[in-house]
Design a protein around this ligand. Structure first.
Ligand code: ZN
Length: 133
């Protein structure tokens, strides 16, 4: 059975697929990387790319999970299907309450992911803001 906290698992091509959960403020609370195989290093690099240099993503921010058929309602198969790596903004033990920390947000126009200080209220990425001014 698929757990209620797992995002929909997309069809996989050869490349890893990254997805995320956005709350009503468009802040992303969780990112998931799906691939046939994914390491902490690879997942951290992918999330780091989204943050650009705004914040440093640490290995402790990433959790790796192997998905089996029973995770995906595919009872006839028994072998490992794919791996998932999750980044969640609250994993880190040194969880920060700093109001100036940076989070990931989903652009309301182009749906790209962009970093910004969590107390800021922009809903558009830099590119979309620039093209509207
Ligand atoms: Zn945009």
């Amino acid at each position: 059975m698929r757990s209620a906290t797992d995002p929909e698992v997309p069809e996989l091509g050869p490349d890893p697929v990254i997805g995320g959960y956005a709350c009503h403020t468009r802040c992303l609370s969780r990112m998931a990387v799906y691939a046939e195989s994914v390491s902490v290093n690879e997942a951290r690099a992918m999330v780091q790319e989204l943050f650009k240099s705004a914040t440093e993503v640490a290995d402790e921010d990433i959790r790796i999970k192997t998905l089996y058929p029973w995770d995906l309602d595919m009872e006839r198969r028994t072998e490992k299907i794919l791996m998932a790596a999750y980044w969640t903004k609250n994993y880190r033990r040194s969880k920060s309450e700093d109001r100036n920390r940076t989070g990931l947000f989903l652009c309301a126009s182009c749906q790209s992911v962009f970093p910004q200080v969590i107390t800021e209220k922009q809903v558009l990425c830099e590119g979309c803001r620039a093209s509207r001014s």
